[in-house]
Structures are given as C-alpha cells and as structure tokens.
Design a protein around this ligand. Structure first.
Ligand code: BGC
Length: 750
C-alpha cells in the first residue's frame, strides 16, 4: 500500500482536472451527473463500513467500479489516502470519498460528554472543543463527523442523554450552532475542518420509557415547538448533513418519513445538504413493520428523502432494479446524488482529496488540552455545599481520603462514544489532586469498589478507616461509561451497586463528606443527598477531568456549570422539565399533601386536587439551570426597556447581578419568559437567553437581554409560526426557579 500522505502531490487525472469549485459548483455537479451511469449514481448513495478489515483489499474493486460514495470507521490515514487514491484515480469519474467517523466529543483528546458540555452554557467553549476534535480527526483523513447529536430529551433513563444537549430547545439550538461552527469552521475546504451531521432527525429523545430505539409519539405542534428547533438552527448555521433517526415517529419511522425530510427539511427550511440514514436503518424499516422487505424499504427511504444508506447495502442492492422497473423515478436518485456531490464540492475534496497529517497540529497539543480542561472546569455543577465545606484549603488540611470507584478510572472518565479517545492521555481526579496538593496534604486512596456496580461491602472497612484518619473525605461515585450511551438505558437511575451504602458508612465517621459524581446522565440522588455535605456533579469530564476537578475542589476556580436538564427526585416523576405546561390544576406548596400525612379516612377533595405526586410532590431535586458557586450572587432590579413592544420590535430585559462573596467567579445569568395566553397553551417558563459573565467580589454588573418579538414566536394550532399580541412575564436569574419577575406586553404592529 502506498504511504497515504505522500499522495498529496498526485493530482487526479480524471474529473478533478476540469473544474474549479464554487461559484460554478452547481454547473459542475450537473455536468458530472450527466456523465454518470445509474450504477455510479447509486454508488454515491452507498456508504460502507471500512473498519476492522483490509479495506483496500476488500473494497478496492467496488471503489474502482464507482460503487461506493463514502466509507465509515477507517481511521488509518495511509489506508484512507489509498482508498481515496483508488476512488480518484482508478474509478471512471474520479469522485472522492466522504470519510465518516463518530467524533462526538473529541477524537484523541476528549472533551466532557455532550450533556456535560451543555452544562457549561458556553457556546465558545463548545465551539472550541469541536474545532479541536475536527483538527485531530482530520489528521486521520476523516472529513465527516456524525455530530452534533441534538436530540432534546427529558428522560434521564435514556442512555443517549449523555450525547445530547439536554431538555431545552433554546440551549440546544445555541450549542448546535456552536458545534457546527466548530467542526465546519469558516472554510470547509481548509485543512482541519470537517463536515458536521445534525442527528437524529427527529424526535429520538422521546423514546418511550427511555428505552433506546423505542417508539416516539410526538404531536406535530410539540415536534415543531420543541424537537425540531435545534435542527432548524443547525440548518441555518450551514450544517452540511443530517442523519435520520432510528425511531418510529407517530407511526412512520424517521428513516421513511417524508413529512420530516421533504416537507419540513427541504420545502420549509430549504436545506440543500444531504441526509444519511442511521446505521442500517433503511433495512430496519421492514423490522419496524413499515415495509415487507429491503426492496420496499429502499423505495420508502429514497422517496422520503434519505440520500445515503449508512452501512446497509439496501440502496446498493435494490435501487437499480426499482428505477429500471419504473417504480422509482430517476429524479429522486438524481436529487440525492446532487446533494451528496454538493457536499463533496463544498469540502473541496475534488481539489484536495488526500490528507497530509503533518500539516495539522499535533494530537493533544497544549491548546487542545487547555480546551479540554476549560470545558471540564465549566461543566461541573455544584449541587450542594453545606456550611461552605468547599473549597478545601491546602493550608487547613493535613490529610484527605480519596475513596471510590471513579477516582482513578482513566477510561471511565472519558464517557461514551469515544472510539478513538486515548485513555493514556487521561489525567484522573486522584492524579489531579496529588499534583495539586503536592506534599502539603497527605492523600489516602481507597478504591473501595471494583466498579460502580459492585455490591460487595467488604472493602468498605478500609475506606471507613481512611476516612476516620482524614480531615475530609472525597468520594468519587457515579457510573462507568458503559452504563450510558447507545442501547445503554437504565430503568433505575440511582447510584448503582453499593454506593449509597458506602456513602452511609463514610458518613458515620463524622468527617466532612464531599461527593464528586461522574455519570452519563442525571441520577436520582435522593438517597444520598442528606448524607453528604457537598456534591460536585462532573458528568464524564473527559481527558482533563482530573485537574479540573482538583482545581474546583481546592478553590483555584469556582464551579460555574448549570444543569442542562432537570434532576428528578425519583424515576416516577419522569418526564419532569422546566418548561412544562401549567395544566388546569397547577400545584402550589400549600396543595401538596405527602402520602405519609394522609388520614385513613381522608376525603378525595382533601388531597390537593392538583398536578403532583403524593410521594414526590411536584418539584425536582435540582431544577434546570441550577448550579452553586463559591461566590455569592444576588440578582436585583429587574426591568424592561418598555412596557409595550409592537410585533416586529425589540425589548431589553435587564437585571443587576452582584457578587457579594469574596472570590471572582463566572455566573450564567438566564432569561425566562412566559406567554400568558396563547393560541396553543404555552409553557410556564421558556428559556430565551443566557450569558456567562465573570463577576469580581463586590462588583455589580448589569445583565441585559435583547428580545425581538420573533424570539417569542411559536407554532400555533395550525402549526404555522406566529407571534401573538398579549401579556408576557419575564424572569432573570441564576436558575429556572428564580423568582425575580417583570412583565411586558406585545401589541399589534403598524
Ligand atoms: C448511531 C449513530 C451513529 C452511527 C454510526 C448508530 O448506531 O445511532 O448515532 O452515528 O451508529 O456509528
């Protein structure tokens, strides 16, 4: 095999010679299409798996015959270059390959899992993380990632919540745009930029009971007001591709869903990139029961608007016959091929099909590691800090006990979807703490549990002894990475194994207990929350999680993450999320009756008559947007620039934010709005803006949010976008349950 990156200088002798890219790309695409046989067209619509094999040997002939448009899962750059060379030089038309890979939250250098990145509420850091990932992946010849995953989900049982931006469409939209910008950059032809793929289109995050791949039933109005919004934002940001979801949406699996892929995506949004199926999801249309066999699945998916078949070989096996027997119009094929070729042109692949890894920055360079550390620092959410037990001080401590299965777990801290993540680069929390305290503080480490799921309590005696000797106990709890991610849903989202018992035993020592929790999802922490003094929720924090956690524990930086998803008290509350509807019988604290307080003969009407659970009330354990700080932030003087705005106008909502504490820290100020009367009922609160600000001790800053009436638009009863005149409430604060409120009115414009 030729050494790939030497091939950079070898120009294709076929199509590549005869054209330049934009602005004449559309004509060039048409010209190229005109030369293609049906088999070559279908070849472009075929993506094949190219990992775990001698890909050159296995795929060479098909490439030469123009029967493959894209490969997935080959990351050896020499092999990728050789596959490109065969496609470009040895196939009749010399069309280069799209080289796809799941680069979800980093390549070798791993950022926090996406739900952790969402907890930063920092689009800049998210954009930077995607840029690092793109540069590292591009060194392997990858030119297309299957990210961002932007499925809204309100179900922490679902394993893929780890990959998602959480529950809120506004936050998800902002982060979707940041990721697309990070991967794709300003110039897709530049070295180190790769095509992004917004997935999974659409509704996947509503999987029934959080069981992966399960059915979703989402009314069109809810689909448009919630689930489609981040996809629209990604499309507007120029995302090159979308991936159809595995799931069944309202009876029509997304992979065969014409409403989604034609009506909404193409006709309404004007998307001109291409849509790829999910892995073998065209074949699965028959398993869903939508079609009888692969041939009809190919027909349904192509007609619905899936341009490329990922790893299914269903298009390769059946499209030709469908066109030849007149069942499928050739225009459908042509449109798909044009979309795919357009993406290849935009990536500049015809000009530059090969990868020279030496032209890209080294893997895990200082900037990459610094980005991973900043992302980890900002992703950690402090959920509790009684009596200011945190931050710890190296001056006041002599000895700490570091206990638990996730303190020194370099692989686990990387989280799910890290095919290429390098565990050798991971700095664990134990290492981070040791590096930070040096010989000032003695660190006693007891793992206590082989893994989070262990049930043996035998090693707890040693942990308790270490705790007893120490001035503070740092408990590293949570879930291994394998417990979240695709097809890794849980019905019980308590800390697994004997972890709650470990907390209880350590608590008995009377020492301050600080829990650092690494997990791929919100957990129900009700059974441990009262047995610890402080909680840092660190998600799976990635390569640089250890130093970040150490710096937060010892106060070199203040925690500043905010929850991108609501934490329930118990599983039975799910779905519980901040933008719920009011209902006709909204609960209030006075109405809540606890199950233990019900008289034996209590009449029905004495039980509150409101929307709450007798055993859980109606509030979550920790609300969306929540997160504590070492600073003491207070909001005041919320105000609006005008009491009324005409439709089409803009209003400014402001509040003062003061840091009454004695350390500088970042705060994420949040703007929520309620539309009091709607053509369809509106949520009790909707996030409409946020801003991360650094505030010095004693400083007061004014936080202002501009709201255009378009920002208040929603899909009404007829599922068209509308802005309605009427009364609105607005809140500014540090969490979705903040109390500082003002009001304004939207009036009909001129
Ligand atoms: C997942 C996608 C992923 C694809 C390729 C599928 O199982 O649902 O998110 O991009 O595999 O690895």
């Amino acid at each position: 095999m030729l050494c790939g990156y030497l091939l950079v200088s070898i120009m294709s002798t076929t199509f590549a010679e005869s054209r330049s890219v934009v602005p004449h790309a559309e004509e060039q695409i048409a010209a190229l299409l005109g030369q293609m046989t049906l088999a070559e067209k279908i070849g472009q619509m075929n993506q094949v798996h190219a990992g775990d094999m001698d890909a050159v040997e296995v795929l060479g002939d098909a490439l030469r015959a123009g029967k493959i448009g894209s490969i997935i899962n080959q990351v050896d750059v020499a092999t990728v270059n050789e596959l490109q060379r065969i496609a470009v030089e040895e196939s009749r038309l010399g069309i280069p390959l799209l080289v796809g890979r799941d680069v979800i939250h980093g390549f070798k250098t791993v950022m926090p899992i996406p739900i952790g990145q969402a907890a930063t509420w920092n689009p800049d850091v998210v954009r930077q993380g995607a840029r690092v990932a793109a540069r590292e992946a591009a060194k392997s010849g990858i030119n297309w990632t299957f990210a961002p995953m932007i499925d809204i989900t309100r179900d922490p049982r679902w394993g893929r919540i780890a990959e998602s931006p959480g529950e809120d469409p506004y936050l998800a939209s902002r982060l979707a745009v940041a990721m697309v910008e990070g991967f794709q950059g300003d110039d897709l032809t530049a070295a180190g930029t790769i095509a992004a793929c917004a997935k999974h289109f659409a509704g996947y995050g509503e999987a029934e009971s959080g069981r992966d791949y399960a059915t979703t039933n989402i009314p069109e109005n809810e689909l448009r007001n919630v689930h489609l919004r981040p996809f629209r934002a990604a499309v507007d940001a120029g995302v090159l591709t979308l991936m159809a979801s595995f799931s069944d949406l309202n009876g029509v699996p997304a992979t065969g869903n014409e409403f989604l892929m034609r009506q909404v995506l193409r006709d309404e949004w004007g998307f001109n990139g291409f849509v790829v199926s999910d892995w073998n999801s065209i074949h699965q249309l028959a398993i869903h029961g939508l079609t009888a066999d692969d041939k009809s699945s190919a027909l349904e998916a192509a007609t619905a608007g899936v341009d490329m078949d990922m790893a299914g070989r269903v298009y390769a096996g059946h499209l030709e016959e469908l066109v030849e027997d007149g069942t499928l119009d050739i225009d459908v094929i042509d449109a798909a091929v044009i979309n795919i070729l357009r993406a290849k042109f935009r990536l500049g692949l015809f000009e530059n099909s090969y990868t020279d890894p030496d032209t890209l920055p080294p893997i895990a360079n200082p900037e990459a590691l610094a980005t991973a550390k900043t992302a980890a620092l900002q992703s950690v959410v402090m959920l509790k800090n009684d009596n200011k037990v945190l931050p710890l001080s190296t001056d006041r401590l002599e000895r700490v006990a570091v206990v638990g299965p996730l303190a020194d777990a370099p692989y686990e801290q990387l989280g799910t979807w890290i095919f290429d993540g390098d565990r050798e680069l991971s700095v664990t929390a134990l290492q981070g703490i040791r590096d930070l305290v040096g010989d000032q503080v003695q660190v006693d480490y007891v793992r206590a549990m082989k893994m989070s799921r262990s049930t043996s309590t035998e090693p707890f005696d040693e942990a308790v002894a270490a705790a007893g000797r120490s001035d503070a106990v740092l408990l590293f709890l949570g879930e291994e990475s394998i417990l979240s991610g695709e097809a890794h849903s849980r019905a019980d989202i308590n800390l697994p194994g004997a972890q709650a018992e470990l907390v209880r035993r350590v608590r008995e020592t009377g020492k301050p207990v600080i829990a650092v929790i690494m997990a791929g999802r919100p957990l129900t922490l009700t059974n441990i929350v009262d047995n610890v003094d402080a909680i840092l929720f660190a998600w799976h924090p990635g390569t640089m999680g250890g130093p970040a956690i150490a710096e937060l524990l010892f106060g070199l930086e203040s925690p500043s993450g905010k929850l991108p998803v609501t934490f329930p008290r118990m599983v039975g509350q799910i779905p519980i999320y901040h933008s719920q509807k009011n209902t006709g019988k909204p609960p209030t604290p006075e109405k809540v009756v606890h199950i233990d307080d019900i008289d034996a003969r209590a009449p029905q009407t004495s039980l509150g008559m409101a929307a709450f659970h007798l055993d859980a009330g109606y509030t979550p354990l920790f609300p969306f947007g929540f997160g504590l700080s070492y600073a003491e932030f207070a909001y005041g003087d919320i105000r609006v620039s005008a009491d009324e705005i005409p439709v089409g106008g803009t209003i400014t909502v402001s509040a003062d934010l003061t840091n009454h504490g004695d350390v500088a820290a970042d705060e994420v100020a949040q703007l929520y709005v309620r539309d009091l009367v709607g053509n369809v009922t509106r949520p009790v609160r909707e996030l409409k803006g946020f801003r991360r600000l650094r505030v010095a001790p004693g400083e007061t800053v004014t936080v202002s949010f501009e709201l255009h009436t378009d920002d208040l638009a929603f899909y009404g009863r007829d599922n068209t976008l509308m802005v309605e005149p009427g009364d609105f409430h607005a809140w500014v604060g540090g969490s979705s349950d903040t109390g500082l409120r003002t009001a304004f009115r939207v009036v009909a414009g001129d």
